[in-house]
Design a protein around this ligand. Structure first.
Ligand code: SF4
Ligand code: SF4
Length: 455
């Protein structure tokens, strides 16, 4: 055995806690995975705590670990990870998600939304609506992307509230254009005026209709009120049922903070009572609100969300933070498939663009209240994006460039965390934002291993 070999600094060793003492081991730099016996699990775990000095082992075990990258020869793995990261990032940048904000205005006034900041600081911005010229220019830029060999994966309507009655003409105009180019569409809406858009979602290739519901009627209505009106719950549910009848996928997302966290255990039964779950095209999940838009005493983490769900469901698939990891880990652990590695945390660092009615282009759509998040301007005449210096800051935030992440065992599973949260909470986009990723990963991995061994 070679003395220059150590165990990898990216090894994650987790005891499954079953009777036969299995461990699951992962490598957070190359995505390797193995289910191993107690002695090998302990061996690697002990080495990890002992400066990664290679413990004595037989040839067969040595080759098994070396082949899968659980061992590191002379610290070469950092260079290798940087190379992998670049390749994945280059590939990801080929996939474009374009979204437009027909208006920044919304008929709701939710306490955790960035729209509130705009309403307070720049109310005049809420009066603007996207023009046809702007939509044309965006599509010309999309043609440029395609000419560069990129592929437009989805076209998203976002807001403000994209499906306000007054936006219908511009939304149909954009839908027609997508349709001609066979680009799938989706919408993030509060659902209040969805009835007025049923013809549109039926006619065009809408792959997702995402609606926010904050709890059962009394809770939702207290939190998500259309200005000047009573609650919105009944109307949204009615609209969702009609949308489900069209066969489109409708997903309810519940934004959770401390104030409404108690609703989580009630929602499965509530959706069943409302007749939503009888549709196979209905889905729902829970997600903690962004801490940075919350009062400190109202923050509720995704780990706590998961704890609540775990108390009431036999599996955790409805929680977004959990589900994202679960969906990626399950094929790796049970079907011997490769896991998708992440060079960046989200598409805001590869191919996502969101354009507001003024032609400001953002890669992160949760920061449309911040001038510093503008990465380009649409040149309506030329039909192209004119990028500014912020673009490379956003586009180059890959996990290998974040100091803390470079030494993190979970780096290529995680991707460095949400940049918007890093900016809001740490004032630096190149800071890590862990958001309990390691804890959630560990819980999910052990859960899947137990399910697998129980079969
Ligand atoms: S940076 Fe964060 S808030 Fe922005 S799009 Fe990505 S995950 Fe969402
Ligand atoms: S954000 Fe945190 S958990 Fe994720 S890779 Fe960076 S240091 Fe690790």
């Amino acid at each position: 055995m070679n003395k220059k070999v150590r165990t990898s600094k990216f090894n994650i060793c987790l005891p499954v806690g079953d009777q036969s003492g299995h461990w699951v081991i992962f490598n957070g730099a190359n995505g390797a995975y193995a289910l191993v016996n107690d002695s090998l699990g302990q061996l690697l775990d002990t080495a990890d705590k002992n400066d990664r000095i290679l413990p004595p082992m037989d040839e067969k075990t040595y080759h098994f670990l070396m082949q899968r990258g659980f061992l590191d020869y002379e610290g070469q793995e950092i260079e290798r990870v940087t190379g992998i990261c670049k390749k994945i990032h280059d590939c990801n940048c080929q996939n474009i998600i374009m979204s437009i904000v027909p208006t920044l205005a919304c008929n709701f006034d939710c306490e955790y939304c960035f729209e509130r900041v705009i309403r307070k600081e720049h109310p005049e911005r809420l009066k603007a609506y996207m023009s046809r010229d702007m939509v044309d220019a965006i599509f010309r830029q999309m043609e440029r992307f395609v000419a560069e060999g990129k592929s437009i994966k989805n076209f998203v309507f976002f807001g403000g509230e994209p499906f306000l009655p007054r936006n219908k003409e511009i939304v149909s105009y954009a839908c027609d254009k997508c349709d001609k180019q066979q680009i799938p569409m989706s919408v993030i809406t509060n659902g209040y005026y969805l009835d007025e858009y049923l013809d549109i979602i039926s006619k065009y290739n809408f792959t997702a209709v995402k609606i926010t519901i904050d709890g059962p009627k009394e809770v939702h209505d207290a939190r998500r009120k259309p200005s000047g009106k009573n609650g919105s719950f009944d109307r949204i549910v009615e609209n969702a049922l009609r949308a489900l009848e069209t066969g489109k996928t409708v997903t309810f997302r519940t934004n959770v903070n401390r104030e409404n966290s108690h609703v989580i255990p009630q929602m499965a039964a509530e959706y069943e009572r409302l007749g939503l779950t009888q549709y196979p095209n209905f889905a729902y999940y829970f997600c903690a609100t962004m801490d940075s838009f919350e009062r400190e005493d109202n923050v509720f983490s995704n780990v706590s969300v998961m704890g609540q769900i775990g108390n009431c469901c036999s599996n955790y698939c409805y929680n977004s933070a959990y589900a994202r990891i679960y969906r990626r880990l399950k094929p790796l652990m049970t079907e011997k498939k490769f896991m998708e590695l992440r060079s960046e945390f989200c598409v805001a660092h590869s191919g996502k663009y969101t354009v507001d009615p003024f032609g400001n282009v953002y890669t992160c759509w949760d920061l449309m209240h911040k001038e510093e998040a503008i990465v380009a301007k649409v040149d309506v005449e030329k039909g192209e994006f004119i990028y500014n210096e912020n673009f490379s800051t956003w586009n180059q935030r890959t996990v290998d460039k974040i100091k803390k992440c470079k030494n993190c065992k979970y780096m290529m599973f995680c991707g460095g965390g949400c940049a918007a949260q890093a900016i809001e909470s740490k004032k630096d986009i190149y800071e890590a934002y862990c958001d309990s990723f390691p804890e959630i990963f560990n819980q999910v991995a052990v859960q899947i291993a137990r399910e697998y061994l129980d079969k």
